[in-house]
Write a protein that binds this ligand. Structure first.
Ligand code: BG6
Ligand code: MG
Length: 225
């Protein structure tokens, strides 16, 4: 059994839990517009770009705004969001992440980030992981948002590996779809009922080990914890 050449990690919800911070910031905008916005609706914005998220919120309220107004709302949303994430520390890294990255390094598996977020550099710096990855592709470098596979294909390309040699870790439906459309195996991180399209779903990264990764990569039967 062999190992993949690389693992490409989504950031939000996989490396750090930024979902509550996104919720607080989006809710502030929705409240201004008198659009009801719940944590469950926020869940559906996972993996979706900033502009597309704002457009979805406006659609929920049946409200139309000009492109410039949409940019203004997202700019203000981002100011609230950045204020929260700037205060993150290494203690905000999700369970098992640091250990799993160390394990991959010990086995010469490359590690990359494939995120929709334009705040990726800020978050990685805040939690002390800005030097931890071989390649970082984020929302500043892509034209098409997940579920388009662009972000992961760029990651594989910059690593110089074929997509099929990489495994993606994702917490969002749109991200799982992006990985599959890109020809990559995908480990869903979160709820198996939500991430059914992934090749396998784990609750968090403490469940991962080298045998698990080898089995997934070589299509052997997986024995989940
Ligand atoms: C994704 C998040 O990773 O990045 C989405 O799951 C977010 O919720 C998107 O909208 C864009 O993030 P940012 O930080 O550029 O606004
Ligand atoms: Mg995510």
């Amino acid at each position: 059994m062999s190992l993949p050449k690389a693992c490409i990690f989504d950031l939000d919800g996989v490396i750090v839990d930024t979902v509550p911070a996104h919720f607080v910031a989006w809710k502030a905008m929705a409240d201004e517009l008198n659009i009801p916005f719940t944590e469950e609706e926020n869940e559906h914005l996972k993996g979706v770009s900033r502009i597309d998220s704002m457009k979805r919120i406006l659609a929920m309220g049946n409200i139309e705004k000009s492109e410039q107004e949409i940019i203004d709302y997202t700019t203000r949303k981002n100011e609230i969001y950045v204020e929260i994430i700037s205060k993150m520390t290494p203690s905000d890294i999700l369970p098992g992440v640091v250990e799993f990255i160390d394990l991959l390094r010990q086995h010469n598996v490359a590690v990359a980030i494939g995120s929709s977020s334009k705040n990726t550099p800020t978050i990685l710096k805040a939690v002390g992981l800005d030097q931890a990855f071989d390649v970082i592709v984020d929302g500043n470098q892509v034209t098409y948002s997940k579920p388009d596979p662009e972000v992961f294909l760029k990651g594989a390309n910059q690593l110089d590996f074929a997509p099929a040699e990489c495994i993606v870790l994702e917490d969002a439906i749109s991200g799982v779809e992006a990985a599959k459309r890109g020809g990559m195996k995908c480990i869903g991180v979160g709820d198996a009922k939500v991430l059914g399209a992934a090749d396998v779903v784990i609750s968090d990264m403490t469940e991962l080990n080298i045998d698990f990764l080898k089995a997934l990569y070589t299509n052997e039967e997986l024995h989940q914890a």
